[in-house]
Design a protein around this ligand. Sequence first.
Ligand SMILES: Cc1ncc(COP(=O)(O)O)c(C=O)c1O
Length: 311
Amino acid sequence: MSAAVDSKLEALTQLEQNLNAAPVQRLHHASIDSSGVEVFIKREDLLHPIISGNKWRKLKYILQHALGSGAEHLISMGGPWSNHLHALSFVGQQLGIKTTGIIRGEMPTNKSATLQDMQRWGMDLLFVSRAEFRELRNFHAHDSQPGLDYDGYWIPEGGASTLALKGVAELTDEIGEVKFDTITLACGTGTTLAGLASAAKQNQFLGFAALKGADFLCDDVASLLPSEKHNWSINLDYHFGGFAKTEQRLFDFMLAFETQTSIPLDPIYTGKMMFGLFELIKQGYFASGHKILAIHTGGLQGRAGFQLQSG
Ligand SMILES: Cc1ncc(COP(=O)(O)O)c(C=O)c1O
């Protein structure tokens, strides 16, 4: 291995060593405290101010593989508020490696706070039509287009790759000895859910889809797992109209949640997941004595795209 590769891998190790703890905390909230159900939260949002939540977990082994293969350019895709590209551009800057983000839609006159950060951290931004963007979703391998076209290492949207599963699986080691009956999390591509379900021995997982009409997620997750794994399911009811769509009742819930718990949520993923979880608890979906762990998958930078005000 060349000295340049060694030093980049060393920088990645340093980045990991400097991450904060992501503790499991008991959640107290007036609307669930008397439900007979115990709810805990795994604060993956605290890992790092930027590569927080599932971003670090998903990128860790992708980055290790890319750097180890001598890649000098990482290229990936996402929307103008992408948590994934936001984290990737930051890591690229930290590791001294060129990054390119292919962004869905026309270049906006006023760039989102996310796009501005990405540019500040040195990411080249390429804006493509929605049709071209959809086409790019067909490429999964690191040595497929458009990585090949741009002489780079291709990372699929959201970091959805088998290497991501390995990083996410490490999260289960940190959950500790407490036996949770159900572990909940938000789903976009379903990669994080698949990574957790692949590693878990005794837990049952419940994903909440952040997108509308996301039945396909079940096939996607199943395709990433051995056929004998049946320790997961996905609730499709709390998308609030679609990906990144919101309603005032979601904001009201998130703000009340933050007031009571001091834990911020994002409106795209974790807010919808927590709203759905609280609704199910109120409907008596979980038996009394049930122990639930909700995973806070981060994404807080995305809050800047919303006017979070109570109605
Ligand atoms: C904050 C946050 N939570 C959850 C998810 C969903 O993760 P996945 O695409 O692995 O289902 C994402 C997307 O990557 C995300 O940014």
